[in-house]
Design a protein around this ligand. Structure first.
Ligand code: ADP
Ligand code: MG
Length: 701
């Protein structure tokens, strides 16, 4: 039997085929026609407008220029080979550059021909540059077809190599939209459509990909944002209802031997008052017979891990297992190591399960979890795989919540007949009302006190011209025995470019800090987990002085002797991310420093953000400033790394839609708790569909 149209594997779409299909699967998690349609543009450009080169500046973003292409040349080394060219339009010139993979382009440009060049402007080696631009020969027909709004889609090097750059993807979308007429079913009742005056779902998908006009596009976006937020809220209310109906939650009756033994004999430091308070809150919640569902907010370094550990000991005292799920392998490792250290003198079996635990070891762990001999399981999202079956999970701790979606959380707690207690830990301060809107009826605890003896991190902003001052400072600190992080942003947009920045930075650091006097670690996203771990451990053990990394170290890593954090291209990071990174230092007794490096020329907006970082170390203040300052499309082409798996809606920008959707969902559930009326039939179908949708692990982190 053929699958329903929208479930057709994407490879069967005209213009895709098995090879492109595979890259779409792997790179964008697009498996079916529906996945393809749900791959939304992150931006639209008005293609009827051309920029003058004389008006272009480093902040222009995406531009379209009409001009001639000359001065083609080649440079670089074996690892990174590049092709350069100049683009001139009579008002000025700018550079075009390609890294690797440009063979097919080499002989394409003819003198005297006029081209349309489209791409994002950046400042590279001090001059305006577009890397990997889209180029077509100019002709009168090449503009003005249909609406002038052209959508931009996320792409990657691997997709581009298969001809699926933004434009290639758009072409597929147009084919698919044409085929989908009459096949995109409605998810709202006629009544809802009428009362909200929303556009139909089919019309919305059409206009998202092929906008008929700016106004239609706006309506389409509103419709799809509303839908996204509405079903999220509907799900929250359903879950709440479900939870309230269960009176069979696990009850931790006692605080027993393990907890007391640890507390009296093995606690490595006195708890802060805030930690004591939160442990009490957890004890209270888990003893009531209702499922605990608690959000623990605490700034980086406030000691959330200890709270998690003590909560887990209570679970074990009551005969249950506990787990911690972390967003990255490195962080899971770190948790595992610190928990092993804390529990060194006690007989509690714990295990680490991540994607790289395989074969026999994995089998042993799975058995231990099933038999109950393993009491504490620490891991990544590998924990929610079907193969992981607990004997009796009593408490699930989820670290750095914003990295996981709502669905992943639900998966964890569906693992049992009795839902385990849930403790969600986050360093991202979320205003209470917002938290309630997002997570239903979560209770909130706050660790509002830092362990004693911490000195606030001193933060400064330096520009590229002062790099030598920074090198000098680094040498001083290394002489004092300290370790240093140097972090580069990861911009997804072009893996090659990111890696290039990182490798160039690494090379210049190696030149400045040569062996054998200095040792340097490097960690980036394209290394194998084992390699990453090895490099990371060298730094953790103090064998290297400097750790050069991309943002993989962002979350949770704990090296108390590291006292300097240097953030390269700091203007390209969001505030919250800068704050997280800065939190990696200031963990030991020494004065720590954070150096924000930026290019010489930055925008007023970037300057303001960096000034905020220099002024305050208060996570709440920074989060507020971030919400206030965050413009749409902060980092082009990447999904908002916000709090939820939302594709289109933004809980801050679209707060009005969110509140409206929430109210409507609440009313509907109140009137028809089971969604069993004819009118709500479509809603319940859609809800089930969302529920059973494959969890796309590729999107985590
Ligand atoms: P986060 O809240 O960012 O996850 P961690 O749990 O990693 O913070 O704790 C940061 C560091 O502070 C760790 O080295 C931890 O051992 C230490 N720490 C935690 N609680 C205390 C305390 N009460 N006194 C002293 N050090 C503490
Ligand atoms: Mg942590």
């Amino acid at each position: 039997m053929l699958p329903p149209f929208l479930d057709t594997p994407v490879e069967f779409l005209k213009g895709v085929g098995p090879q492109r299909g595979e890259v779409l699967n792997k790179e964008l998690a697009v498996f079916t026609f529906m996945d393809m349609l749900s791959l939304f543009p992150y931006r639209y450009i008005d293609r009827s407008k051309f920029h003058k080169i004389s008006d272009v500046n480093p902040d222009s973003g995406y531009v379209q220029i009409r001009g001639g292409i000359t001065n083609i040349s080649f440079s670089g080394n074996k690892r990174i080979f590049r092709m350069n060219a100049s683009l001139r339009d009579g008002t000025g010139s700018l550079d075009l550059v390609w890294f690797n993979g440009f063979k097919w382009l080499k002989d394409k440009f003819k003198p005297g021909e006029v081209y349309i060049v489209f791409g994002k402007v950046s400042l590279y080696n001090g001059s305006l540059t577009i890397s990997h631009p889209e180029i077509e020969v100019f002709s009168e027909q090449s503009t003005g077809v249909g609406s002038a709004l052209q959508p931009l889609y996320p792409s990657s090097e691997k997709l581009k190599a298969k001809g699926l750059d933004g434009k290639g993807i758009w072409k597929l979308q147009k084919t698919l939209i044409a085929l989908s007429q009459g096949k995109i079913y409605e998810t709202f009742s006629t009544k809802i459509l009428q009362s909200t005056r929303l556009m139909s779902r089919e019309q919305a998908f059409c206009n998202i990909h092929v906008p008929q006009s700016a106004e239609m596009l706006q309506n389409a976006q509103n419709r799809l944002k509303f839908e996204e937020l509405f079903f999220m809220q509907l799900k929250i209310f359903k879950e709440k209802q479900f939870r309230e109906k269960r009176n069979s939650a696990i009850r931790f009756e006692v605080v027993g031997e393990n907890f007391n033994n640890f507390f009296h004999h093995y606690l490595p430091f006195p708890l802060t008052n805030a930690q004591k308070r939160v442990v009490k809150e957890v004890r209270h919640d888990t003893g009531t017979g209702r499922q605990m569902n608690r959000l623990l907010q605490g700034d980086v370094g406030s000691g959330k891990t200890m709270v998690a550990l003590m909560s887990m000991l209570i679970a074990i005292d009551n005969g249950f297992q506990a787990c911690i799920m972390a967003p990255t392998e490195i962080l899971a490792n770190q948790h595992y190591n610190s928990i092993q250290r804390f529990l060194e003198k006690m007989e509690i079996e714990s295990a680490l399960l991540t994607g790289s635990v395989k074969g026999k070891q994995r089998k042993l762990i799975l058995e231990g979890i099933l038999s109950g001999s393993i009491k504490i399981l620490i891991g990544t999202h590998a924990l929610i795989e079907d193969a992981v079956i607990f004997k009796n999970l009593g408490l699930a701790v989820i670290d750095e919540q914003h990295r996981f979606g709502v669905m992943q959380r639900a998966r964890l707690w569906e693992k049992n007949d009795h839902p385990p207690h849930i403790l969600v830990m986050t360093a991202t301060p979320i205003p209470r009302t917002l938290a309630m809107t997002l997570y239903g009826d979560l209770d909130v605890s706050v660790l509002d006190e830092m362990p004693p003896g911490r000195k606030p991190v001193k933060t400064v902003h330096y520009r590229e011209t002062h790099r030598n001052v920074v090198f000098g400072f680094m040498k001083q600190q290394i002489q004092l025995g300290r370790q240093i992080y140097v972090v580069y942003p990861l911009i997804n947009e072009s893996e090659t470019l990111d890696l290039k920045d990182l490798m160039e930075g690494y090379d210049s650091i190696v030149r400045e800090f040569p062996l054998p006097k200095f040792a340097i670690s490097i960690v980036h996203g394209q290394m194998k987990p084992a390699e990453k771990e090895y490099e990371m451990q060298r730094f953790v053990k103090g064998e290297t002085n400097i750790m050069v990394a991309t943002t993989v170290i962002e979350v949770g890593v704990d090296v108390p002797n590291a006292s300097v954090m240097i953030i390269e291209n700091a203007e390209r990071f969001g505030l919250s991310q800068l704050h997280q990174l800065r939190g990696r230092v200031g963990r030991g007794a020494d004065q720590s420093f954070c150096i924000l490096m930026s290019s010489n020329k930055i925008t007023a907006y970037a300057r303001q953000r960096l000034a905020t970082m220099v002024e305050t170390t208060d996570g709440f203040k920074i989060a507020e400033a971030d919400l206030r300052l965050r413009g749409p499309g902060d980092i082009e082409g990447t999904q908002q790394s916000g709090i939820l798996d939302l594709k289109l809606a933004d809980i801050v920008r679209d707060e009005k839609i969110l509140l409206f959707a929430r109210k409507m969902a609440e009313e509907i559930i109140a009137a028809d708790p089971e969604l069993s009326s004819d009118e709500n039939h479509r809603l319940s179908l859609r809800l089930r569909e969302i529920h059973t949708a494959k969890i796309n692990l590729g999107k985590v982190g």
